[in-house]
Design a protein around this ligand. Sequence first.
Ligand code: V07
Length: 267
Amino acid sequence: MLRFFPEKNKTVLAETEYKFNPDLTVPQHIAIIMDGNGRWAKNRRLPRVAGHKEGMEVVKKITKHASHLGVKVLTLYAFSTENWKRPNEEVDYLMQLPVDFFDTFVPELMARNVKVNVMGYQDLLPAHTQKAVLNAMDMTKNNTGMVLNFALNYGSRSEMVTAIKAISKEVEGHQLSSDVIDEEVISEHLMTGFLPKELRDPELLIRTSGEERLSNFLLWQIAYSELVFTKEYWPDYNETSLENSIASFQQRNRRFGGLTKKEEETQ
Ligand code: V07
């Protein structure tokens, strides 16, 4: 849209024009299954790892845009407990990506006040990957903006097993009575339990590349989420794609009794 800016005394392309409705709420917690990197590469006759490399650049782009739009938590499925079955070369490459990501992106995360968290079975990752992850969490620990939450060596059913074991230990040790176990106790013991209560569950789950499955991702947490499936491969997903996914969320959320920002402010 062309707008006249008096302070510049000229008409320029307005920087902010969004695909979604700026009067409606943007989801506070968005989760993404970043699928289609291998197929993207295959279509270009490139090795699969080229798709993962490009996919990491898209992670940076989407992190910046989500933070700009005021998203509070962005949870990205980077590596599942099933992904170890892939060829060794590919797994080795994937395990190097967190290292590369932080070597190239930490200054930007600091500038944008983004805090990194990693959830998953980190003790099973190679030492260099664990080190990169701990470093990034440590360097960004005092940031107060968006939480960039990577699911790395994560699986939802394992997460539930771990939570149930931890709760059982507390009951055995008499720190917890089984009578008080409720949804909140369970939610606290899941890997999203570090987030404030109202931000633990994604409002919107996006999966790219046309597959319409959950693949063992956040099964408890998505009980009420809007699910958006897009055809684009993850390396082709961009700022406009994110805005379109948010627009789909807004259209549905509104129909199911969601209030507009204006309505919420006057409630
Ligand atoms: C990975 C790039 C995105 C597409 C999906 C698969 C490939 C970023 C990370 C990452 C993870 C933890 C962390 C910092 C960065 C990552 C893996 C794969 C294993 F603390 N992208 N990305 N990790 N891909």
